[in-house]
Design a protein around this ligand. Structure first.
Ligand code: SAM
Length: 247
């Protein structure tokens, strides 16, 4: 990939484990896009903002209960160090906290984020982050699904990868993103490729017919049936004429 002239889509990840980055984001087309300057990644070690000699960042939950909570004063200093630089440069980015309590990440939000100038993403650890810093820094809370990970780094990488692949010049074939699951409110149709016959199963005849209208109709029907069978929530929204996915 050639170097781009555009300003990169900027990601700053605040984390207790900077070594967890770039992780999978360094591989394949996403890693290649960073090398060509389409996007840029920096990490900020939250522990650098601790003021005691043990570099403590957490303390027990007020009111009792298991685990530890990330301290608001340290988290706020880490966030402000990044956000204030954005304000000075006139290039403010959404500040996102990855948390299972957040709004589920959707392709619609991914598309919106990808059209901005980048994101600042805070990766939680322990039981999570003190509520006051979430409130005072107006953090957008995003979840990648209804399950609990050990930390926000993998969740952040999921979101970053979903955004970066939509940036201009990242995908080889620009139509491939527009034909995917969720883009029209439905899941993708089944895919086939050579050989024509595999373990006694043939590629559906219509896909070899060369009749583009018939192929499009068949694919659309498959999309509808798969969505109806697997995702009642998406199907209901689609069936009610709201063929844009949920917010
Ligand atoms: N006590 C929290 C709860 O019950 O909601 C779970 C904390 S989890 C062990 C630690 C961190 O992992 C969270 O602060 C968050 O940053 C991240 N995390 C875990 N699951 C996640 C998910 N499904 N989506 C986004 N982030 C998640």
């Amino acid at each position: 990939m050639a170097k781009t002239e555009r300003k990169p889509w900027r990601v700053t990840a605040l984390t207790l484990f900077p070594d967890a980055f770039p992780g999978v984001l360094g591989a394949s087309i996403i890693g290649g896009a960073e090398k060509s300057g389409i996007w840029a990644l920096e990490t900020v070690d939250i522990r650098d903002f601790s003021t005691n000699r043990h570099r403590t960042v957490d303390s027990p939950p007020s009111g009792g209960g298991p685990g530890m909570v990330l301290k608001p004063d340290i988290a706020a200093k880490a966030i402000d160090s990044v956000a204030s630089a954005d304000v000075l440069s006139g290039d403010e980015r959404p500040l996102i906290y990855m948390t299972p309590r957040g709004k589920p990440l959707t392709q619609k939000r991914v598309r919106e984020l990808a059209t901005g100038s980048g994101i600042i993403v805070f990766c939680g650890r322990f039981e999570g982050l003190d509520q006051r810093v979430i409130d005072t820094r107006h953090m957008e809370e995003i979840s990648i699904g209804d399950y609990v990970l050990a930390g926000g780094e993998v969740a952040a990488q999921v979101m970053i990868e979903a955004c970066v692949r939509l940036l201009p010049d990242v995908l080889g074939d620009a139509t491939s993103a527009s034909e995917e699951s969720f883009e029209n409110g439905l899941l993708e149709y089944p895919l086939y490729t050579k050989p024509r016959e595999f373990e006694g199963r043939a590629i559906p005849e219509v896909l070899l017919s060369g009749d583009h209208k018939k192929i499009a109709d068949w694919r659309r029907k498959q999309q509808e049936e798969i969505t109806k069978a697997r995702r009642a929530d998406l199907w209901q929204a689609f069936d009610q004429g709201d063929d844009h996915e949920r917010d």
